[in-house]
Write a protein that binds this ligand. Structure first.
Ligand code: AHZ
Length: 275
C-alpha cells in the first residue's frame, strides 16, 4: 500500500513555529534576488513565447536565466485558445515542440489540437520552474531597460502592484537585474503589451513600432518566426511583440509561431553567449 493510502482522513499535522514559515520564504526569495541580480539572460513576459524560450534554456543548465512575469499567474494568452474557448490549435511543424514536452494532442493533417490550452501552459511551466537554471519572478514587472552605449544591459524591475500604483504614490524606486541578453516577449495588447519595443522607440533606438497588421494566419506565423531576431544589441524580440515591432499580420488563435519564435530567440541567445 502506498504511503498516501495509509494516511488517515483526519490526519493531524506536524507542529510548526509561525516565524519559521516567514524565515523559509524570506531567506529563499531574498537569496534568489541576490543570485539573480546579474544573469546571462532576462526573459520579459511568461506568455507562450517567453515560456517557450525559457524551456529551451532548461537544456543549457550553465546559462542563468531570470524569467519576469507581471501577472501573479504566468502563461499570458496561453490559458485559452480563442474567444475564451480552451482548445488550442498548433500548426505543424510546431507539434514537434509539443512532442518534446510529451504533450498529447489530436492529430489533423496540417495541425494538431490540444484539448485544453492549459495542458500546454501547465506542462511547460512545471518544467521551467523545476529547472535548476531558470528562476521565475512572477508578480514582478519590468518598468524600463538598462541601456549602455546603445546596448540593452538589463532591466528595471518592481513589484507589479507597485508599478500599477505609480500614479497614486510619489516616487517608489525600482530594482535592477543586469543581463548579457534580454529577450522581450511582452505580447501585443493589455496594459503591459509590447513595452520592450515601445521603450526602444521612445528612446530613439528604433524608428517606430508600426503595430499589428490585420489577421492572416498563414502569413503571420511564418513572419513572426522569420523576424524573431536581435532588434538592437542586447535585445532579442519574440512572440507577438515581433508582430508589433515589424508590423506583420496577427495570427489570432494559432499558437505554433509562439512556440517556435520563443525557441528561436533562446537559440539565438545561446549562440551569442557561447560565441
Ligand atoms: O503579463 C504579460 C503576459 O503574461 C507579460 N508582460 C508584458 N509586459 C511585461 C512587463 N513586465 C513583466 N513589462 C510583462 N511582464 O508578458 C506576457 C505576454 O504574453 P502574451 O500571451 O500576451 O504574448 P505572447 O507573445 O507570448 O503570445 C501571444 C499569443 C497570441 S496573441 C494572438 C493574436 O492576437 O493574434 N495570437 C496569439 C497566438
Amino acid at each position: 500500500m502506498s504511503a498516501l493510502a495509509q494516511l488517515p482522513l483526519d490526519a493531524t499535522f506536524a507542529p510548526i513555529k509561525e516565524a519559521d514559515v516567514s524565515r523559509e520564504m524570506t531567506t529563499r526569495y531574498m537569496q534568489d534576488m541576490l543570485d539573480f541580480a546579474e544573469v546571462d539572460v532576462v526573459i520579459v513576459g511568461a506568455g507562450p513565447a517567453g515560456l517557450s524560450a525559457a524551456y529551451e534554456f532548461t537544456k543549457h543548465p550553465e546559462i542563468k536565466v531570470a524569467l519576469i512575469e507581471a501577472s501573479v499567474a504566468p502563461g499570458g494568452g496561453a490559458w485559452v485558445g480563442g474567444q475564451l474557448f480552451t482548445p488550442m490549435v498548433v500548426r505543424k511543424p510546431a507539434h514537434l515542440f509539443l512532442d518534446d514536452l510529451n504533450i498529447q494532442y489530436d492529430e489533423k493533417e496540417n495541425y494538431v489540437v490540444l484539448k485544453h490550452a492549459g495542458l500546454f501552459t501547465s506542462t511547460i511551466l512545471a518544467k521551467v520552474i523545476a529547472s535548476s537554471n531558470v528562476k521565475l519572478f512572477n508578480a514582478t514587472s519590468v518598468e524600463d531597460l538598462i541601456i549602455r552605449n546603445g546596448t540593452v544591459a538589463g532591466v528595471v524591475t518592481n513589484w507589479a502592484l507597485v508599478t500599477k500604483a505609480h500614479g497614486t504614490q510619489s516616487c517608489m524606486d525600482p530594482q535592477v537585474i543586469e543581463s548579457k541578453i534580454t529577450i522581450s516577449s511582452c505580447g501585443h495588447d493589455g496594459p503591459f503589451g509590447a513595452t520592450g519595443v515601445k521603450r526602444l522607440a521612445e528612446l530613439g533606438l528604433i524608428k517606430s513600432v508600426p503595430g499589428l497588421g490585420a489577421l492572416d494566419m498563414n502569413a503571420a506565423e511564418d513572419a513572426v518566426v522569420a523576424k524573431t531576431q536581435e532588434i538592437i544589441p542586447g535585445m532579442i524580440v519574440t512572440g507577438m511583440e515581433v508582430a508589433e515591432a515589424y508590423g506583420t499580420a496577427r495570427m489570432g488563435p494559432t499558437f505554433g509561431a509562439m512556440l517556435l519564435s520563443g525557441r528561436k530567440a533562446a537559440i539565438l541567445a545561446v549562440q551569442q553567449l557561447k560565441g
